[in-house]
Each structure stands twice: as C-alpha cells, then as structure tokens.
Design a protein around this ligand. Structure first.
Ligand code: ZN
Length: 366
C-alpha cells in the first residue's frame, strides 16, 4: 500500500496531510487528494434534463450546464450534441482545455454493457455505442455507468451515505431505481476524507422501480403491472393528481417544475396533499421490501424528485416503512434525504474518471 501511495504522491494525485494516532497501533499518515491534480467532467443523461458538470479532482463543482429535455423519447445523436455543447460550456467557463480533462463520466438511465453500449428501454435505446460516439468528438477517456450507481457513488463519497456500512441510495425521478452500496473493511481507517470512501465502496444497481407493489395493479411502461415506478415515478404522481376532479392545472410545462408546484400546493392540504400521502405509502412499501431483503443501515432518498418530495413526505415515508418492514430491521435503519439534488448523478458520474486515475496509480489514460 505505501508504494501505491508514494506513486500517487509523486504523481501529484495525493499529498500527505499529517499523522493521526490509531487505537493502540502505530500512527497513520493522513492522505489527502489534491484538487489541482486535474479536472473531470460528469454527465447526467436523464429523462427530464441533461446536465454537465466540471469538477476538480476532489470533486468540487467548478461549473455546470443544464438543459431541460422533454420526458419523451430521446434520440442518441441529439443527446450527444447536447453533451458536447455542455462540455464546451463548462470548460470555457473555467478556462480549461477539453483535451486536458482527465476524463468524462456519464450516468445513463439503463444498463451499460462492457462499459461501452447503452441499453435504455425507457429511452428506446438498444446497444447504443454512446462511449464511442462521445470519445470520437471529445478525444478524452469516456466512462459510462448506470445513473442510479453514479448517484449512489455521489451520496456514498460526499453525501448522506458517508459512514454507512450498507446503504441503499434511491434514485427518484421519472424513473425509479436504487443503488446498494457496501463499504468494505479493507481500506477504512487507513486514509482520510473522501479518499477512504473512494477506495472502499462497491455498489450494485437494482431495477427497484420495476418490483411489483400491487397485484393486478396499473400498467407500467416496462410491460408489467403494479410496478413501484408506476406509482411513485414523477409522471405517475402528476398524472394521479391531474386525474382528480378538483385538480387545478399546473402553471409550469416541465415535469420538474410541475412536481415542485404540486409539493407547494400540498402545504395547504387538499387533494395535492392526499396524492403525496399515497406516494409516501407506496414508497414506504417499496423501501420496506428493500429493507427486509437487504438489511441496510441507511436508506437515502435522492435524485431530483427525491429532493423535491423529501421535505414534504419523509415523515410519512418513515411511518409507512415502520408499518411494513420487520420491526427489528426497521430498528437498525435510518431513512434520510439525499445531500445532493439535481446535480447528484453528474457528480457521481465524475467519480468514474477519478477512480480510473486512482486505480492506475495516478497515470492519466491515453
Ligand atoms: Zn415496470
């Protein structure tokens, strides 16, 4: 381990930051990541927005560009053009050359095959060679991963997940997903700050949104019925409200702004509040299932819709989970709002090139 660290120090990736006494053992050297080592870009390809963030090597945000997109079918080529425009916007805002980036990480709503091809049924994408399409234009390393996984990385490294042994990070948006992040014992305590979390977290994603919570329930866009996403996805929530006889049409045209309007209306009670109560119950059932299955110590409600809904529904969600989860499991879990909102997926995606450089001992990919 010390050889790896000295390589990283020599390459300017990390710096020594003093000593700490360990419990009975010899003092340990604290290592800090150096932000000035280089720049990375994180990209969130979502169903309501495409967001591009420029970060330093410690993942401090330097610039972001966000483009609203309609929650309808997105074609790969226009999405690539949006990403290229966004990268150009954030690097020129900070005065960095695109070619000098350590890499670009991209979070996508779907599965990534061999790190290259995107299968995203909700976007109508099948084996889209997104990494190659971006690499050809950007001429820097490009890494892809599922958006729930990149979101989970963001919350585990820098957000609400820090210190957790096993966390479930729920991504709430138009789609609903979850990342299960488990901290391994191996490196914890050897390093300080975000570096420890960077090297010690593994995560997997689940298609949590398509687990069934209602037998013979409403149709879901995946082709099944009664899926969680068909009840707590942002479009489903808005549709439930608008179907009520006393619903008032939204002023905003965009999904994200409409959900914020609904939450604001719910503060005055009425049918908006009833819709959110039902959302909390369904979400609580979905979370209780995860808790009974995986026994986490933390559940984080994240994603843009999680941030919008969280303050309004969190107490009711906790109460629903208490009623539906096994009591000894409920007793050992915390349910918390995410620390990041709309920017979480992009931030998490930016961890992909950071990890690659760390894993290669500070060597920049060609
Ligand atoms: Zn489904």
């Amino acid at each position: 381990m010390s050889n790896v660290v000295s390589d990283l120090i020599n390459d300017g990736v990390v710096a020594e930051a003093g000593l700490v006494g360990s419990d009975g053992g010899r003092p340990r050297t604290l290592i800090q990541v150096r932000g000035e080592f280089g720049h990375v870009v994180g990209v969130d390809i979502g169903e309501t927005h495409v967001q591009i963030g420029l970060f330093d090597y410690t993942l401090q945000t330097l610039a972001t560009a966000t483009y609203s997109v309609a929650a309808t079918r997105l074609e790969p080529e226009p999405v690539v053009r949006l990403v290229l425009a966004g990268v150009e916007e954030v690097v020129s805002a900070v005065g960095v050359e695109t070619g000098a980036l350590l890499g670009v990480g991209v979070g996508v709503p779907g599965a990534v095959q061999t790190g290259e091809l995107v299968h995203a049924p909700t976007l109508g994408w099948s084996a889209v060679p997104l990494a190659d399409m971006l690499r050809k234009e950007l001429r820097v390393p490009v890494y892809l991963d599922n958006c729930a996984r990149t979101l989970g990385q963001a919350e585990m490294w820098h957000g609400a997940g820090r210190g957790s042994r096993r966390a479930i990070v729920a991504l709430l948006g138009v789609g609903v997903g979850a990342a299960v992040a488990t901290a391994s014992e191996s490196f914890t305590g050897s390093f300080t700050g975000s570096f420890a979390d960077m090297t010690s977290t593994t995560s997997t994603t689940s298609e949590w949104g398509h687990t069934v919570i209602n037998v013979h329930g409403r149709p879901c866009r995946c082709g099944s019925r009664g899926c969680l996403e068909a009840y707590v996805g942002a479009e489903a929530i808005l549709g439930d409200y608008l179907a009520l006889p006393d619903a008032v049409p939204f002023e905003a045209g965009h999904t994200e702004a409409r959900l914020a309007e609904l939450v604001a209306r719910a503060a005055d009670g009425g049918s908006a509040a009833e819709v959110l109560d039902t959302v909390a119950e369904h979400l609580g059932i979905g979370i209780a299932n995860l808790i009974n299955l995986l026994s986490p110590d933390l559940v984080v409600l994240s994603g843009w819709a999680g941030q919008t809904l969280g303050p309004a529904i969190l107490p009711a969600v906790r109460e629903a989970v208490r009623r539906h989860a096994l009591s000894y499991m409920y007793g050992q879990v915390r349910i918390e709002p995410g620390r990041f909102g709309q920017e979480a997926v992009a931030l998490g995606a930016a961890t992909l090139p950071v990890v690659q450089v760390l894993a290669s001992g500070g060597v920049r990919a060609a």
